[in-house]
Design a protein around this ligand. Structure first.
Ligand SMILES: *Cc1c(COP(=O)(O)O)cnc(C)c1O
Length: 391
């Protein structure tokens, strides 16, 4: 961009291509219903899988906040911003996922930048699933390591790439649950390859924590990988606190030495103000609710079953997902937008996801189900899809 006119022209081009984006203002909200441009819509567009972000803070949460807790951290962790609420949350999170230590970050994006840039450098190689989240792509680029991408969930391809590598530092990086597809990575297969190649393994469980596995402990629990992960000190786990956990922020859990290294090296830990202690205390309160309120996971599971069953035998193309993320593959950008518009006319908010967020030719609707939905809400979505989704 040489000047302001170039920006105007580029924006016009995006407009022309139907790819210009702007945030929709949520003027009011009530559970999973949101008011946008004066109209109430039933939302299937959040990552609030347990419905906790949409609720007023629980009594438990308010009680936790009533104790002396600061709003602002006042500084970065290493200066004077590391407070009791952070320390408590880190202990609880490590215990929750079954790894030695946890470190909280302001966001998942920052956590991903932290891990990749601290552990691999110019001479290293990052082996990444093609469908990894954008923050992992950016993290790999910022690390300056060679970025090698393997076909989605194709461990044979990954193995082939690893066997051609003589880089001194290697890191395998994968989403545990893919954010635009809803399918899962094979954690045992990934760990096995990491061990054989003495590579780091970094797993981003943004969409698994809170919803998958016993007690909602995430993808490691769901795939019975807690012990194996803990036994391999080069395995690193990350999850966010802003999706199922309903607050904001993220954490990395790993071997104690890895965490100490991040504290010393990770620029997105060192050069940024610590997460507000108020939010850390809220995350602790919500973590207890994840464990105690198993009905949320059961309800979500019922919604997933009902949704897939309700569209069985219909022309709409569901993707092979067993999670709260239930995309409907459409193909052409325009068709995805048209279907999303038709649903919106019917009072339903379901985002059309288009390139570059997903590969060209795979535009889709990203239906995201939540325990905050009532069975009638899911039935209404199924009905609207059946009516509007005929090819
Ligand atoms: C949302 C998401 C992130 C980013 O987390 P934030 O806390 O929102 O910054 C990282 N990885 C994956 C897979 C995500 O879905």
């Amino acid at each position: 961009m040489q000047g302001i006119d170039d920006i105007a022209a580029a924006l016009a081009d995006l407009d022309q291509a139907g790819r210009r984006r702007a945030p929709r203002l949520v003027e009011a909200h009530e559970g999973m219903r949101v008011r946008i441009a004066g109209r109430w819509l039933l939302s299937f567009a959040s990552n609030d899988y347990l419905g906790m972000a949409a609720e007023p803070p629980s009594a438990d949460c308010l009680a936790a906040l009533a104790r002396p807790v600061r709003l602002g951290a006042g500084a970065s962790h290493l200066l004077s911003g590391h407070h009791a609420a952070h320390a408590v949350l880190e202990t609880e999170l490590a215990e929750f996922v079954g790894l030695p230590r946890a470190l909280v970050f302001g966001s998942g994006y920052m956590a991903n930048l932290a891990v990749l840039t601290s552990l691999v450098g110019r001479t290293g190689e990052v082996f990444a699933d093609r469908l990894n989240h954008a923050s992992l792509v950016d993290a790999a680029q910022l690390s300056r390591a060679r970025h090698r991408r393997y076909r989605h969930n194709d461990l044979a391809h990954l193995a082939a790439l690893l066997s051609t590598s003589d880089a001194p530092e290697k890191m395998i990086v994968s989403d545990a649950v893919f954010s635009m597809d809803g399918d899962a990575a094979d954690l045992a297969g990934l760990l096995d390859l990491a061990r054989r190649h003495k590579a780091w393994l970094y797993i981003d469980d943004a969409h698994g924590i809170g919803v998958l596995g016993e007690r909602g402990a995430g993808s490691l629990a769901a795939q019975s990988m807690r012990r194996d992960f803990a036994d391999y000190p080069m395995a690193i786990y990350m999850a966010t606190l802003g999706k199922a956990l309903g607050v904001a922020g993220a954490f990395v859990a790993a071997d104690t030495r890895v965490i100490d290294w991040l504290v010393n090296k990770a620029r997105t830990y060192i050069y940024t103000t610590a997460m507000p202690p108020l939010l850390a205390a809220s995350a602790s309160a919500n973590l207890r609710r994840v464990v105690d309120e198993a009905w949320r996971r059961q309800r979500l599971a019922e919604h997933i079953r009902a949704f897939r069953q309700g569209l069985e035998g219909h022309a709409l193309q569901l993707m092979p997902s067993a999670t709260a993320i239930q995309p409907i593959l459409v193909g052409a950008d325009r068709d995805a937008t048209r279907l999303a518009d038709a649903l919106q006319d019917a009072g339903l908010l379901v985002p059309a996801i288009r390139p570059p967020t997903v590969p060209e030719g795979t535009a889709r609707l990203r239906v995201s189900l939540s325990a905050g939905h009532a069975p009638e809400d899911v039935a209404r979505l199924i009905e609207a899809l059946r009516t509007n989704g005929r090819g």
